[in-house]
Design a protein. Structure first.
Length: 304
């Protein structure tokens, strides 16, 4: 990895994110061996007896750490047998979609970095997941820039030329809108009015609507519907409830209206969505209790 590559990534948007997530897995689960076409960064916020295996090597991840896996590297994770293990990950590749990229770091094998708590990397990774969940203004572009910042921090951690970049922040102006989005997420099953959201944001009805559209690119009402459908998509994959139960659970008063809206937003029926995205491998995920996060855990965030 070189500063020239970092500059190119900022200027030309060389990075493309594929998936990211914050998962808590059951004790003793084994992931792999697998060999991906993309780069992957995995952050373990606490040390455990989880073992990472690659090539003819292995290491116990008994300290907070980041694992960087390059394309084409066969590897596996043998998770701690005594406790659930939380890990955050980001998968990405270069703009041209090839396996190897001249603009990305040339790693010959996996790298484990331990002193991550001394950097901004954990906060950057969480911010990427937060933006992927909220999908606020320019969220994908901001995620790319944040990932470049994380890679620059990791470059410094590897003892190469130090590099650092400030994450883009619009917290002061966006916070009232984020409060409204949190209110929507907490009350999806209930009737939600724009007046309630405006009060939550601390703005007048007119000012709130104008700022919300400016920040989110859609009206508050459309955002409510979109977030209800997003929650329904999650329930279709993780729960065994029938479609009517899911429709009511996310705030739709009419199942027929839910069917029409789901088709309009996703381009497929709820049954088709469940069949396409439900996967037996998700059974390894452990129930999440007591963990605070600004985004849902055990949920993939997908990028276009």
């Amino acid at each position: 990895m070189s500063p020239d590559w970092i500059h190119s990534a900022f200027e030309f948007g060389a990075i493309r994110l594929v998936t990211s997530g914050d998962f808590v897995v059951k004790p003793g689960w084994v992931y792999g061996p697998v060999c991906h076409r993309n780069y992957q960064i995995v952050y373990f916020p606490t040390g455990t007896e989880t073992r990472y295996v690659w090539a003819d090597k292995s290491i116990v991840l008994n300290k907070p750490c980041v694992i960087i896996t390059p394309p084409g590297e066969t590897h596996s994770y043998e998770f701690d047998k005594s406790h659930p293990v939380r890990h955050l990950f980001i998968t990405f590749y270069g703009d041209d979609g090839a396996v190897e990229f001249p603009k990305l770091p040339k790693l010959n094998e996996s790298v484990c970095l331990n002193s991550v708590e001394e950097t901004f990397v954990p906060h950057i990774i969480k911010q990427i997941l937060f933006l992927a969940h909220k999908k606020v203004y320019l969220w994908e572009e901001r995620c790319k820039l944040l990932l470049v910042s994380a890679l620059a921090e990791l470059e410094g951690l590897k003892g190469m030329r130090p590099a650092g970049s400030a994450a883009i922040s619009d917290t002061k102006n966006s916070w009232p809108v984020l409060k409204a989005l949190d209110y929507i997420d907490r009350n999806l099953k209930e009737t939600i009015t724009i007046a309630q959201l405006a009060r939550e944001a601390g703005w007048s009805h007119e000012h709130f609507t104008r700022k919300f559209v400016q920040y989110m690119g859609m009206s508050p009402q459309k955002a409510i519907v979109k977030r209800r459908i997003d929650r329904a998509c999650q329930l279709l994959v993780y729960e065994k409830w029938n479609i009517s139960e899911i429709a009511y659970a996310v705030g739709f008063q009419s199942v027929h209206y839910f069917y029409r809206t789901f088709m309009k937003v996703t381009g497929m029926t709820a049954t088709q969505y469940r069949k396409k995205f439900s996967s037996p491998h998700l059974k390894h995920l452990a129930p999440v209790t007591g963990l605070e996060a600004s985004y849902p855990l055990n949920q993939y965030f997908r990028y276009s």
